[in-house]
Design a protein around this ligand. Sequence first.
Ligand SMILES: [Zn+2]
Length: 100
Amino acid sequence: MIRTEYERYLQGSHWQEFRNYVIRLHPSCQRCRMSREMALEHLGQDLNVHHRHYKTLGCESLQDVEVLCRRCHEEETFHGQFWVTLGEMYADMQATKAGR
Ligand SMILES: [Zn+2]
């Protein structure tokens, strides 16, 4: 359910506009330096804008996100304690709803 809310947010125009803005500023992976063109060609996917945390979901700024290619994003997801991240995201969303 929480994942669905998050996925819906990622489809929304606010995130799409912000994401395009970030990729225009950083048109390559911030870890391996792969360019947007190379990512599309070799990984079959545009660069990802990864959330470092979810405290500012809906009003992100540049410090809150990181541009990653699919490969680095997957590494981040699998080795970066994905489930802990989801737990933090849930806590942050509850805190936001509670108006903290
Ligand atoms: Zn990369």
